[in-house]
Design a protein around this ligand. Structure first.
Ligand SMILES: Nc1nc2c(c(=O)[nH]1)N[C@H]1C(S)=C(S)[C@@H](COP(=O)(O)OP(=O)(O)OC[C@H]3O[C@@H](n4cnc5c(N)ncnc54)[C@H](O)[C@@H]3O)O[C@H]1N2
Ligand code: MOO
Length: 427
């Protein structure tokens, strides 16, 4: 069936759906992806599907926090500048040494930072707090002068004080960032259970789109939405399996969708969701029973479709206006992709910022305004990165935005000095 014969398909229902309601619907349609075991060192950026316990204690051994002397604290009783206690040095333990020299009364062991503290010692004296060794030919002939009394535990990092064996170091739903991965590596974990990353295809639609560097014939524009969406995915650690640009051929687009629907977990399209004659995405999706066209009460990003294609993949059909596509991705697609990965946190934190300049608000829709955000000693300040009167096309200004101001419907205009909620998306 050609584009013309489908152009009578109804445009999205005209009652706009509030942002929260649409987000709930999108998240409700997103299901978690399968769990797999991966080597810890390959798991950066993935989300845990299980809690993870420390396989070994942290630290693993009582060990020295200083280069110095391992002693029995009781042997230093009475030590003071001017009345030093002399201890006989019976050996040395460096980091990595497996030796466990036995300290008798009045003895000490030269020890390095990180080396296991001998079982019979209970404190470490930093080398700076001792007087020079009396050097002889062998360890047994050396002496150290201690000028300060120490209590048991001094400069000893106790086994398990950071984390006991079996204690939970990470929880299901948490992202494996570098810090978390290092903690698990230190605790002897070598493999983790995670959800796999979504396989995502990106299709930008529009006959005007030119993917080269020009020259541009009248009506053509440089294509940027596929670059945007692929980049946003990459920021989340998702490498799209395919990125394509498709002209306004409804049949070709439908065939491509059918092909992808069995191969990927999600398809993200941009453009072609409006009520125009050539809005082929809306037209092609009209025959999909589980895909819904909606008008969301958001500015920008009103017309969009989402749901599940018959082949199984989720589809997010975003508006073609670049800022509308970016805002829709941020509000709806990103949380859905996170839900698919089993992430515990689906939304970025909202942070208040004071408006440097006022702007025109939106009476009926949630306004998502690209803003530049700056940090001051008195908190965050923000100013519009685009002209708030109309910016869904303003891909240039949007590129300079650090985040979005989220202004609830009905709030009206924002005046300079007022506080607004923002989400930071680039810093
Ligand atoms: N009669 C009506 N017209 C429009 C309505 C409406 O309600 N009634 N809604 C407007 C709104 S709001 C939006 S948003 C757009 C949605 O339209 P489409 O999704 O069909 O987007 P297109 O028409 O394909 O493109 C819109 C705009 O964005 C440019 N674009 C598209 N794709 C790209 C790309 N990959 N890279 C760069 N720029 C792109 C395109 O050239 C257009 O300028 O509909 C309004 N109209
Ligand atoms: O919803 Mo459109 O995205 O306002 O430009």
């Amino acid at each position: 069936m050609g584009a013309a014969s489908r152009s009578t398909v109804a445009a999205p229902a005209s009652t706009p759906v509030p942002v929260d309601e649409h987000r709930r619907a999108v998240l409700g349609a997103a299901s978690e992806l399968p769990v797999m075991a991966v080597p810890l060192r390959k798991a950066t950026g993935l989300y845990l599907a299980d809690d993870v316990a420390a396989a070994v204690a942290l630290p693993l051994w009582h060990n020295s926090a200083m280069d110095g002397y391992a002693v029995r604290a009781a042997d230093t009783a009475g030590a003071a500048p001017g009345s030093a206690v002399e201890l006989r040095i019976i050996g040395e333990v460096a980091a990595g040494d497996g030796v466990d020299p036995r300290l008798e009364r009045g003895t000490a062991v030269r020890i390095m930072t990180g080396a296991p503290v001998p079982s019979s010692a209970d404190a470490v004296i930093p080398v700076e707090q001792t007087a020079a060794d009396v050097v002889g030919a062998a360890w047994a002939e050396r002496r150290v002068l201690v000028q300060r009394e120490v209590v048991p535990g001094t400069h000893v990092r106790r086994r398990g004080e950071d984390a006991a064996v079996g204690s939970l170091l990470a929880h299901s739903g948490e992202r494996l960032g570098a810090r978390r991965i290092a903690a698990l590596a230190a605790a002897g974990v070598s493999e983790v259970s995670v959800r796999r990353r979504p396989r995502v295809a990106v299709i930008a639609t529009g006959a005007e789109l030119h993917t080269g560097s020009g020259p541009f014939e009248r009506g053509q524009i440089p294509e940027s939405n596929s670059v945007l969406i692929a980049g946003l995915l990459a920021e989340e650690g998702i490498e799209p399996v395919s990125v394509s640009v498709c002209d306004d051929d409804a049949e070709g687009f439908a065939a491509r969708l059918a092909e992808l629907a069995g191969e990927v977990d999600a398809v993200i399209t941009t453009g072609g969701v409006g009520p125009g004659l050539h809005d082929i995405v809306r037209i092609a999706l009209a025959i999909e029973p589980d895909v819904r066209a909606v008008r969301v009460a958001v500015k920008p990003g009103q017309p969009q479709s989402f749901g599940r294609l018959r082949g199984g993949a989720m589809i997010f059909a975003l508006p073609g206006n670049p800022v509308s596509a970016a805002v829709s991705y941020e509000l709806f697609v990103r949380p859905a992709l996170l839900r698919m990965q089993g992430a515990g946190r689906l939304h970025r934190p909202s942070v208040p910022a004071v408006a440097d300049h006022g702007w025109r608000g939106s009476a009926e829709r949630t306004q998502v305004l690209p803003v530049r955000i700056r940090s001051t000693p008195h908190g965050l300040r923000c100013s519009p990165a685009v002209d708030a009167r109309g910016y869904s096309h303003a891909v240039g200004g949007h590129g300079a935005a650090d985040g979005y101001a989220i202004v609830e419907p009905g709030r009206g205009d924002v005046s300079a000095g007022e506080t607004v909620e923002t989400v930071i998306v680039a810093w």
